[in-house]
Design a binder for this molecule. Structure first.
Ligand SMILES: [Zn+2]
Length: 317
C-alpha cells in the first residue's frame, strides 16, 4: 500500500484529536473526542480502539498506513517510551508497542510541542525559517525549537521548555512543582485563576456573570468571552499576560537570534489578538535590528500537533 494517508493523533489532557493527513499536510478529515484518566493503560487502549479509532469514516478506515502520535510529556526518542505524561499520569509506558499489538499498524510517538513546531515549520507559519521557536499556550505553556531546519531537543530532551523559565522569584506555584514559572502566570490555567481571584473579591464581576450565564466554572474561556465583550478587566488580563510573554520571548531572541517565533495553542486560537499585543511589546523591548514579521501566529491551529506527528510518522517509520 502507498503512504497516501497517515493518521495523526493529538492526545491532550481533556481531548484526543485525530485526523487523516495526506502527503501535503492537508487534513482530509478530523475530529475531537473527550479523553479521560483511566486507572490503567490497558483501559485507555480499550477506550482508544473502541471509541476513538471507530470515529474514522468508512472511506478512510483502511486508507492509512502509519500512525503518528503527539502527546504531552517526556518521551525517550530511542526507546519510544513515554517516561512521564502529565495529561494521563503515565509513567514509563510503551504505548507504541502496546498499541501496535492491538491495531497492527506502525506507530511513532513524539512530544506534542515538538510535533507542533515541526508541523508549523513544514506546512505552517515558519516554513521560511532555518531557526525558530514555537510557543504553545494551552492549559500550560510548551515550546519547541527548530535549529538548522531540524528539531533541537537539547542534551536531555528538555530544550524549548520556555513555559518553565522562571520569571518571578518565589512566585506562583507551577504544575512542575517549582515556583514563578512563565506558565504559572500566562498559561490557560493561570489566566482562569486571575479571573477567579477577581470574581472572589467582586461578586458582580463580569466573570461571575458569565459563569452563571453559561453554567460553567470560570476558566480562560470565560476571560476570552469577557474580552470579546470589551470588558476592561479581561482586556487588562490579556494585555498583562501578553507583556510577560513578550519579555520571555525577547529574552529568548537575545540568546538565540531565531528567524521568527511562532505562537499557537488553544488560548491563542481563542484570542488571536494576543499575538499582536506580544508583537507590539516585543518591538519596544527587542535589541534585534529587524523586528518585522518576527512574531507570528501559527497557521495549523487545532491540527498543528496531529499534522506534525503525521510528518514524523512518515519520516521515521
Ligand atoms: Zn514550571
Amino acid at each position: 500500500m502507498d503512504n497516501k494517508y497517515v493518521l495523526g493523533i493529538d492526545i491532550g489532557g481533556t481531548k484526543i484529536r485525530l485526523g487523516i493527513v495526506d502527503s501535503n499536510g492537508d487534513v482530509k478529515w478530523g475530529t475531537s473526542k473527550s479523553n479521560y484518566n483511566f486507572d490503567s493503560v490497558s483501559e485507555w487502549i480499550n477506550y482508544f480502539t473502541n471509541n476513538i479509532l471507530t470515529q474514522i469514516p468508512d472511506e478512510y478506515t483502511t486508507s492509512y498506513t502509519k500512525i503518528g502520535i503527539g502527546t504531552a510529556g517526556w518521551i525517550d526518542e530511542e526507546s519510544n517510551l513515554i517516561i512521564h505524561s502529565p495529561n494521563t499520569n503515565w509513567q514509563n509506558v510503551d504505548l507504541k508497542s502496546l498499541l501496535e499489538k492491538e491495531i497492527n499498524i506502525p506507530i511513532s510517538i513524539i512530544n506534542d510541542c515538538s510535533a507542533a513546531v515541526i508541523g508549523e515549520h513544514t506546512y505552517g507559519a515558519i516554513t521560511d525559517c532555518t531557526n525558530a521557536l514555537g510557543i504553545f499556550i494551552g492549559t500550560g505553556i510548551g515550546g519547541g525549537i527548530i535549529l538548522n531546519n531540524n528539531l533541537y531537543q537539547g542534551s536531555q530532551g528538555f530544550a524549548g521548555e520556555i513555559g518553565h523559565t522562571i520569571i518571578v522569584e518565589d512566585g506562583n506555584l507551577c504544575e512542575c512543582g517549582r515556583k514563578g514559572c512563565l506558565e504559572a502566570y500566562c498559561g490557560g490555567k493561570a489566566i482562569g485563576k486571575i479571573a477567579k481571584n477577581i470574581a472572589s473579591i467582586d461578586n458582580n464581576s463580569v466573570f461571575n456573570l458569565l459563569a452563571a450565564k453559561t453554567n460553567k466554572q470560570i476558566t480562560a474561556e470565560t476571560v476570552s468571552m469577557a474580552y470579546y465583550e470589551n470588558n476592561e478587566e479581561a482586556v487588562d488580563i490579556i494585555k498583562e499576560i501578553s507583556n510577560k510573554l513578550a519579555i520571555s520571548i525577547t529574552n529568548f531572541f537575545n540568546i538565540f537570534d531565531p528567524d521568527a517565533v511562532v505562537i499557537g495553542g488553544g488560548v491563542v486560537d481563542g484570542i488571536p489578538e494576543i499575538v499582536n499585543y506580544i508583537d507590539n511589546y516585543f518591538k519596544d523591548l527587542s535589541i534585534t535590528e529587524n523586528k518585522h514579521n518576527k512574531i507570528r501566529k501559527g497557521k495549523l491551529n487545532e491540527n498543528m500537533v496531529l499534522v506534525g506527528a503525521s510528518i514524523v510518522a512518515r519520516n521515521v517509520i
